[in-house]
Each structure stands twice: as C-alpha cells, then as structure tokens.
Design a protein around this ligand. Structure first.
Ligand code: PLP
Length: 354
C-alpha cells in the first residue's frame, strides 16, 4: 500500500516526478544512457540546468528583474555560511525563530556583528516575534520564513531598507508572496522541490561584490553566477528531479493554484486540532505554518492507541521533532488533500472511540 507521507523532509514528491526521474536513471531522453552517467556539460544536461533555473525564477515572478537562480550543493546549512561570507561586512540583523535561524546566527557571527532583532526562544519558539526594531545600517536582515520544527510561519514580512535574506527551505513555492521584497532566497530542495543534494539560491545580483574579504571560489555567489551554476559538477539527479517538480507545479497552475490546496489542507488539520478535545496545537494560532502543523495529545495515555491507528491507516512521518515532542504533520505541495483527510479521520475516530 502506498503510504500517506507526512515526513518533514526529505519528503513526499509528486508520483509523476518519481516515475519520470526513475525512467531518466534508466534511459535519459531515449539516449540509451542514464541521466547519472552522462556528462553534465552535455547539451541534454545543460538544457536541464537552464530549464530548472528559469522555471524557478518564472514561478517566483522574478524573471527579468535582476535575479539569478543557482542550484548549489551543501544544503541550506551551507547557505547559513555563504550568505554571511558574501554579504556581511559590518553588521547583520537576524530574527531568531527556531533551530535553523539559531544555526544561521552561529555561522554569521564568524564574519561580523550579528544583532538578534527579535527572538521567540522565551516560549520555545512557538510564535513569530512582531513589532521588533530593525536598526539602521544593516548589511542585511535574515529571516526564516517557515520554521519546520516548531510549525510557525511568517505571514507578514518586515519592511526594511536593508537587503532581505530569507531561508525558505520549508515553504518555497507553497504560497504567493511578493518575492521582489527579497534580495536573497535560499532553500534546500528536499521539501517542495526534489531530493536532498541541491539547494536553490535566488539572488539579486546588485547586492553582491560589496564585501572586502576574499571569498573562496566554491563559496562565492559571483563565481557560480558567472559559470551558470556549473562551476563544478552539479548534483545532476537532484537538479533534474527538481526541474521535474517545478514543471509539475507550473502545469498545475503555479504557486497560486498550489496555495489554494495548501490552504485547504492546513484548514482541515487545524480545525480538527481545535475542535477535537484530545488534541492541542503547539504554535500560536496566528503564526501557524501551512506546511508543518505541530500538535500534541491532551492525554498522553492515548499515545499508543493513536499511534497504532495512525500506522494502520498507512500514515508515515508524523512524529514531532525531539525538541518539541508530540506530532508534526508536514503538508508539502505534493501531499494530497486526501492524505490530510485520512489523518483527520484517524484523529476524529480516536475521539469517537477513546
Ligand atoms: C528551515 C530550514 N532551514 C535549513 C534547514 C537545513 O537544511 P539542510 O539539511 O539542507 O542543510 C532545514 C532542514 O530541515 C530547514 O527546515
């Protein structure tokens, strides 16, 4: 039986993407060769890379606006470092909304002053700080749009003169935003895009070249831009699969279409969490993530029963992160409304039978 996969990442991808990607591993474009054995400089692969880069910009509405898209390696964790390496000369602001923002802060401190403009650490990151002061003269302000572990999501982005850098690893391509407000967006592929192994970086070129330090080639955005994201051998399988997912999203109607389904999925699960007395949400209501819903049982004695019902229903990956506990239903783009319905049925069945 095909499972309903609520994993936080790596996670569910569209079935048709799995199928096409596996076909390409056996025989890429009818060439008699596998996608993973051909040269990354071959015409066929260069076309894949170019298509992936242009689809990313097109879906975000950033074509012809001075942005470049790159598919790099090292995960979003490498971007914690690269963003600071390339942009931090004096001081940068960071909004600390969880584990991933904290890790980004740690890396940035190696390159300059880091001002934590706000933090929700006081309540185990169950909310997004608001009304915080953004000092003048920042090299950039860094945000994490969706906090995968805690299940919070920024709904309104701050207005600032400073370049805006955003880790969108767990909600990129899931909702419509004015993406021109960001100067640097990065996201590990392994949630809404593809398998682990590549990271999408979308960068406004005019923010580069302002720091005085020397930057090692592999960590220099300008080097990767000048080589069309082919400075060294790219992770061909991860880029190809990401391209397929972006194509799937475009054919579906783009971000606006998927956002509609994502809203329905989130409403379904949160209304059950709120109405069912056996469950309580972790994140503050106004900051709830549409991608990762975090919740707990109100009576721990029901844990075993609930988890065995979940298993019987073919639901996979809803255990919460160890720093939060409880449950986390990750509802990325490729997870169907039907799968969320199955989870909600199990939750209400528990209430009926417990
Ligand atoms: C919001 C966010 N940022 C960064 C990361 C780290 O990504 P990676 O494992 O690609 O380095 C994750 C991983 O789940 C994440 O959810």
């Amino acid at each position: 039986m095909k499972k309903h996969n609520f994993s936080a990442g790596p996670c569910v991808l569209p079935q048709e993407v799995f199928l096409k990607a596996s076909e390409a591993v056996m025989d890429f474009n009818g060439s008699g060769l596998s996608l993973i054995e051909i040269s990354h400089r071959s015409k066929d692969f260069v076309e894949v890379m170019e298509k992936a880069r242009s689809l990313a910009l097109e879906l975000l509405g950033l074509e012809n606006k001075g942005y470049k898209a790159l598919f790099l390696q090292g995960g979003a964790s490498m971007q914690f470092l690269m963003a600071a390496y390339n942009l931090l000369e004096n001081k940068a602001g960071y909004l600390n909304t969880g584990t991933w923002s904290s890790k980004a802060v740690k890396e940035a401190k190696m390159f300059g002053d880091v001002i934590e403009v706000g933090s929700s650490k006081d309540e185990n990151f169950n909310y997004i700080p608001k009304g915080y002061n953004i000092p003048d003269g920042l090299d950039y302000l860094h945000l994490t749009s969706n906090n995968t572990i805690f299940g919070t999501q920024i709904k309104k982005f701050p207005k600032t003169e400073a370049p805006l850098v955003c880790d969108m690893s767990s909600d990129i391509f899931s909702r419509q935003l004015d993406f021109t407000q960001f100067d640097l967006i990065y996201a590990g592929a392994q949630k809404n895009m593809g398998p682990a192994g590549t990271t999408l970086v979308v960068i406004k070129e005019d923010i580069l070249g302002k720091v005085t330090r020397q930057i090692p080639s592999m960590l220099d955005y300008q080097v990767h831009i000048s080589k069309d994201s082919m400075f060294n051998t790219p992770p061909v399988f991860a880029v190809y699969t990401s391209m397929l997912t972006l194509e799937w999203l475009k054919n579906l109607g783009g971000i606006s279409a998927i956002e509609e389904t994502n809203d329905k999925k989130a409403q379904l699960v949160y209304s059950e969490v709120d109405l069912n007395p056996l469950f309580e949400g972790f994140a503050k209501k106004e900051d709830r993530s549409n991608m990762n819903a975090t919740f707990n049982l109100t009576d721990e004695k029901l844990k075993e029963t609930f988890e065995s019902m979940v298993k019987d229903a073919g639901i996979n990956g809803i255990n919460g992160h160890r720093s939060v506990g409880g449950y986390r239903a990750s509802m990325y783009n490729a997870l169907s409304l039907e799968s969320v319905g199955i989870l909600v049925d199990v939750m209400s069945e528990l209430e009926r039978t417990a």
